[in-house]
Design a protein around this ligand. Sequence first.
Ligand code: ADP
Length: 599
Amino acid sequence: MTNPSSENNKPRLSLKGMKEALKLFRFLSPYKALYLVGMVMLVFSTLTTLLFPILVGEMTKVLEGKSGFSLNQVAMVFGIVLLSQGVFSYFRVVFFAVVSEKATADIRKLVYKKIITTSIPFFENNRVGDLISRLSSDVAAIQNVLTTTVAEFFRQIATLVLGLAYLFYVSWQLTLFMLATFPVTVLAALIFGRFVRRLSREVQARLAEANIVVDESFQSVSTVKAYTNEKLEYNRYSGLIGEVVKLSIKLARYRGIFISFFIVGLFGGVCLVIWFGGNLVLEGHLILSDLVAFLLQSLFIAGSLAGLGEIYASVQRSIGASERLFEILEEPSEVDMDDEPQRLRYKGEIRFRDVCFSYPSRKDVPVLKDIDLSVPAGQKIALVGHSGAGKSTIVQLLMKYYPLEEGDILMDGKSISEINVTELRSNMAIVPQEVLLFGGSIRENIEYGKPGATEEEIREAARKANALEFIDRFPEGLETRVGERGIKLSGGQKQRIAIARAILKDPAVLILDEATSALDSHSERLIQEALKELMKNRTSIIIAHRLATIQHVDRIYVLEEGRIVESGTHENLLSDSEGVYAQLVKMQFDVLVNPKEKV
Ligand code: ADP
């Protein structure tokens, strides 16, 4: 429509400056054929509608004795017209529904695809609840425009144009007289549209805010409960909902004013037309049956004008929604789902060269300063330091979550800036501190590491992760459901599932964000064994919190305020008793009251 090359769903939108609502039409283009059929049905059903007043006029003519047809003949035509009107209307509704449902699904999928392929900073700048309401309410607002509104628009325009043509044919004087009331109404519609647009944007923004409260309070429900802040959350929510109601009612008031204005204005006009037309009949310029047809037709036209007002408002409502959606669609993607890169297997040699970094959201705060480190393929290093020292940041940069501005990171000697994100990340696996499993079976959660893995591979990974024994103890084994609606696993069990997932992925580089606190000694031993298995033959980067677990790594890097202040093996570093590492170890010893913990 607006851009012929945008027929497929590539999110390439260079339609800036075009009316937002028009942009939506490109989503209809894959269904052009069906849409056209719907349109044809629409034209037919509109035409048959327009025949009603004419046929009523003809009947009046029969009664006046001025028609060449009999009453039965006219009634039969009436019946045929009615029937075909029914058939056309049915197909019109169904075809348009198919098109709009499919087009809306396309929009939803496209927006979801865009959101899921954007980079991490995008998610830092947008709240999840906000994004969810884009996908639900904004898309719903647009669907309304794509279906009812577009079809109705054409129907009303056709009724208007053809109806007017007929009116002119019957009596041009009477038609001109009637038209004198129109410009006022149209002008009012334009001014009114501006109000509605602004208000409806506000309503939607408020609703999104309220959804965010719901999302956040449900997500962290245990915190809400622990602080007995149910009431606080309720008040927050009901405050926002109250605002939504206030604004919506204001919006409804404007629409109410508008609609009653239409009714009074237009039907008042019709009364005037009866008066004017009555005079024409009395003077012999018009026959009564034509006046009857004229009046009926005018009512239809009045109806479609009122309908146009509604359509205008609904288009205005959807413009805000589509603006926000297009804003998302214009975000750059970091992953191209349609273009599967070759997944080169890397050896896993890592090098950070003079990396300086600050987060895009806080440019003025340097987080990493001149980071230089190198890990030969297959070696294990540990990053230690106080919380906030920059350990996780190092890992996030390696995963290419954020773009680098200074320095470089090399993987097997190649700058990661030149490596495709998918390819790079397919060579890495991360076992996070806090394992969050997806709702689904244990099998699905392990398979996430290698979609399509065989039963054998999954069981083997679970076995190596020391997870198989507890999994097999569940009656449903691998099919046991976990997550919100499933069984609750212990922290240690979840960790072993995450380890199995990583083993299955078999990455060149493993990132281990160690859990801060040790589990009971039995679980802890199982996990350490599983980790040992996992780290075998691959480059491993351990974000260490418990120094006891990293004595045997090849090199330890000690970070302080974004700088590497010491590095070496455990023994090397300990030998300098004044060193930062030695101090950290000493501190952990002092707080360790658990005599069972051996360091
Ligand atoms: P560590 O892992 O050593 O605890 P981090 O790498 O998480 O430290 O954090 C280093 C610094 O960067 C901290 O000051 C933290 O506040 C800041 N920081 C971490 N993540 C972000 C982020 N997404 N946006 C802005 N600042 C961040």
